[in-house]
Structure formats: structure tokens, C-alpha cells
Design a protein around this ligand. Structure first.
Ligand code: ADP
Ligand code: NI
Length: 224
């Protein structure tokens, strides 16, 4: 490793340690392991897409620190926390700006709200975060978070809502099964990189099959 690599690794290790401390014990699907999975997938996408690995890893590590859900719905809290923490390290201003731009623009904000990322590093981290909302893990996280919100698994009388604003998306209410239609099943067509799109296909198919099976069991249609 050259000197730059050593410095970068040190910053990444310190970021990982910081995030681990902040998120440890979270039961809403925002735990350290979510961050660690996003980092792993993001680095694979970064290699496939030719994105800067340092920016991608740093943004992936910091992406959920101070999530708005834990700060009274304040969506500026995440980038601010990331910025304050990065400023305490030996990180150049351009890197801080880039990482904060990614953290600020990353999350899903409702079916009708565009969240495009201006750089390939941002697109890679966003795709990785969304891949963790799909597949078996995505299903598990939905019910874990739904339980945390105290919402029902399913209510046949409640129709899904395609939220047109972030404010509406954040409102309490809804069901976990509806979240599949309100977010999970929309993600495949919103992936921002070619490699992310391809990766999303199998995870999407799994989620689709889960919803079908859930409803067939709900209605007692799956028996012998
Ligand atoms: P991410 O970390 O992927 O940006 P969020 O912070 O939006 O995701 O939410 C964490 C997890 O909880 C994700 O898997 C997401 O799909 C799920 N989730 C978010 N909102 C709801 C909801 N209203 N009901 C059930 N699950 C939800
Ligand atoms: Ni996340």
C-alpha cells in the first residue's frame, strides 16, 4: 500500500468504528450489519462501474448515521452529522462535499419523489442501499421496521398509497405488505447503474414471489 492508501484505510477504519458505535443495537433495520452489507455490495458495484472506491466506501459507511427517522423527521440531520464528523478528521473539503451530497440524496422518499444522484459514486451507493431493501433481507427488514412502527402485517381493506411527497411517505400508518407496493417492488426500475439493475432482477423476483405466497397463505389457497 502506498502512503495515500494507508491514510485512506485509516479514515475508513475510523469511520467504520464510529458508525458501529452509533448504530449498534438498533432494531429497525438500520443496524451496523445493514451498513456493512451496503458497503460490501457498493464496493462490488464500484469495481464494475469504475467508481472511486474510497468515496463509495466512506459514503456507504456514513449513509445511515443520524437517519431522519431517529431525528424527529429532520432529513438534514444525516448530512450534518456526517459533515461534523468528517470535519474532525483529516479529510479534504472536496471529499467532504461529495460524501455529504451522497448521504443527503440517497434515501427513498416516496413513489412520486425523484432521487437522482449526480455522480457515479452516488449512483453506486444508492443502488447498494436499495439492493438491501430487496431480496430475503429486504423482506426481513420490512417486517422488522413495520413491527417497530407498530403497523399490521397486512390489512386487506387498506390499499397501497403511491406517496407524492416525502412528508406523506414519512407519515405513520400503512401496513408492511403495502410497503412492498409502495417501495420494494418499485426499486428494480429505479436502479441507477447497469450492474445494480442486473443484480436487482433476482432480488425483485424473490420479493414478487414472496408477496404472491403471502397472499395465497393469507387466503388459505395454498393447501393440498
Ligand atoms: P434504507 O436504509 O434502505 O434507506 P429506510 O431507511 O427507508 O431504508 O428503511 C429501512 C428499512 O425499513 C428498509 O428495508 C425499508 O424498505 C423498510 N421500511 C421503510 N419504511 C417502511 C414502512 N413504512 N413499513 C415497513 N418497512 C419500511
Ligand atoms: Ni441504508
Amino acid at each position: 500500500m502506498n502512503q495515500r492508501d494507508t491514510v485512506d484505510r485509516d479514515i475508513l477504519d475510523r469511520a467504520a468504528e464510529h458508525v458501529r458505535g452509533v448504530l449498534s443495537g438498533d432494531g429497525t433495520g438500520h443496524d451496523w450489519h445493514h451498513v456493512d452489507r451496503v458497503r460490501r455490495v457498493a464496493l462490488r458495484l464500484a469495481d464494475a462501474e469504475g467508481a472511486d472506491r474510497f468515496i463509495v466506501e466512506l459514503a456507504a459507511l456514513l449513509h445511515d448515521v443520524a437517519d431522519w427517522k431517529f431525528h424527529g423527521g429532520d432529513e438534514t440531520a444525516g448530512p450534518r452529522a456526517a459533515r461534523e464528523w468528517l470535519a474532525s478528521l483529516d479529510v479534504d473539503a472536496g471529499t467532504i462535499e461529495h460524501v455529504c451530497e451522497i448521504v443527503a440524496g440517497l434515501s427513498f422518499k416516496g413513489a412520486g419523489v425523484a432521487t437522482e444522484m449526480p455522480t457515479i459514486e452516488g449512483r453506486v451507493v444508492q443502488d447498494a442501499d436499495r439492493l438491501d431493501a430487496l431480496g430475503a433481507i429486504g423482506v426481513a427488514r420490512t417486517f422488522a421496521y413495520g413491527g417497530h412502527r407498530g403497523q399490521p402485517l397486512h390489512d386487506p381493506d387498506a390499499a397501497p398509497v403511491l406517496h407524492e411527497s416525502f412528508a406523506a411517505y414519512k407519515e405513520p400508518g400503512g401496513t408492511s405488505l403495502n410497503h412492498f407496493h409502495e417501495k420494494l417492488l418499485l426499486l428494480k426500475d429505479r436502479m441507477q447503474t447497469e450492474s445494480g439493475r442486473r443484480w436487482a432482477e433476482t432480488r425483485h423476483a424473490y420479493v414478487e414471489e414472496f408477496v404472491e405466497r403471502f397472499l395465497s397463505e393469507w387466503n388459505g389457497e395454498d393447501g393440498p
